[in-house]
Design a protein around this ligand. Structure first.
Ligand SMILES: C[S@@+](CC[C@H](N)C(=O)[O-])C[C@H]1O[C@@H](n2cnc3c(N)ncnc32)[C@H](O)[C@@H]1O
Length: 324
């Protein structure tokens, strides 16, 4: 009862209600909210703090920036959603706020697109070296089909492509990337696709800012070749999985294209199956047979491994024949 009362008290003020409505439509920084509301930053910050304290908003940091969005879980989150849904969309103040929000989003999209355009040519060049991306994406979808995936984690999410593919089919997804520029592009793409169940966070794949065992699937799509410690990244991803949860790694098979190292900062010229499989085992996962999507000159491999549940029998670490 106290949660509901403090939530209602926090929402019962004009500026705070406007803040709630705006944050229900996307992740926004204090300065964006200040621009939209036309109020001073200290005032807006004070209101935001009250809304966060009451559990109606979530606050999270991305480098030096702080974002706010409507809370996702718990009773206060439920209340926040109901309060927002009860405000008529044709209220003149709400309409004006929404029009200003659209301007903020347009400005964001322009900045993100400029970054994307600056890099697009290089990415296109790499894509042309392996089979059509749509075939790779279809194979990833197939790998996870028939599995109950409620929560999905996309590691090194980049432009958020994997979230766009899986977002419509799952309950909740989180994309993590270290690059703020990439996250800006992802944010625009997710907003365009209206995927409110997908969130993105700045973070390092070696030290994920997330609780253990909270996802049914985790994906590294074309990320590990940048990693200087792929085995540690795999161990950290394994930590995220619930029992029976699946780790999907999509990357190149070993190749000899040195220019990818020199010009594209690839640390690894692909990975051998035995290498990835062993790292998965070391992380306590059970590997499945590997798939190869042959391309010229790059072959894309898909490695899948799953976390056994506590009650599963422990697999012997040497072949069964050796036991008899
Ligand atoms: C080639 S992009 C792939 C993006 C996305 N997975 C896709 O396939 O469209 C690699 C991404 O990994 C991210 N990345 C590299 N090292 C990282 C790290 N240590 N932690 C988090 N993200 C990282 C990069 O910023 C980049 O966005």
């Amino acid at each position: 009862m106290e949660t509901i009362l403090s939530g209602l008290r926090a929402a019962a003020e004009a500026t705070r209600l406007r803040l709630l409505l705006l944050c229900a439509r996307g992740e926004l920084t204090v300065s964006e909210l200040t621009d939209i509301l036309g109020q001073s930053q200290p005032r807006v910050s004070r209101h935001l703090k009250l809304l966060c304290d009451a559990g109606l908003l979530d606050r999270f940091r991305e480098g030096t920036w702080v974002f706010y969005r409507l809370s996702e879980r718990g009773r206060a989150a439920e209340l926040a959603k109901r309060v927002c849904a009860s405000v008529p969309a044709d209220d003149p103040t709400v309409m004006l706020d929404n029009a200003r929000l659209e301007t903020v989003k347009r400005q964001r999209a322009e900045t993100a697109n400029a970054y994307f355009r600056a890099n697009a040519e290089e990415w296109h060049r790499i894509r042309s070296l392996h089979i059509d991306e749509r075939e790779v994406e279809a194979a990833i979808v197939e790998v996870l089909s028939g599995r109950k995936v409620r929560d999905l984690l996309d590691l090194g999410t980049g432009t958020g492509r994997i979230l766009e593919i899986f977002g419509p089919q799952i309950e909740h997804a989180v994309g993590i990337d270290i690059s703020r520029e990439m996250l800006a592009v992802a944010r625009v793409n997710l907003e365009r696709a209206a995927l409110r169940n997908c969130t993105i966070r700045q973070g390092d794949i070696y030290q994920l800012p997330l609780p253990s065992a909270s996802f049914d699937a985790a994906i590294f799509h074309q990320v590990l070749h940048y990693a200087d410690r792929p085995s540690l990244a795999i161990a950290e991803a394994a930590r995220m999985l619930r029992p029976q949860g699946r780790l999907v790694i999509v990357d190149f098979a070993p190749h000899a294209l040195e220019f990818l190292r020199d010009e594209q900062a690839h640390r690894h010229l692909g990975f051998a199956d035995a290498e990835i499989t062993q790292w998965c085992r070391d992380a306590g996962l059970v590997p499945e047979p590997v798939r190869h999507l042959l391309g010229q000159p790059l072959t894309v491999s898909i490695w899948v491994a799953w976390r056994r549940s506590e009650t599963d029998a422990i697999e012997p670490s040497f072949p069964r024949e050796a036991m008899s």
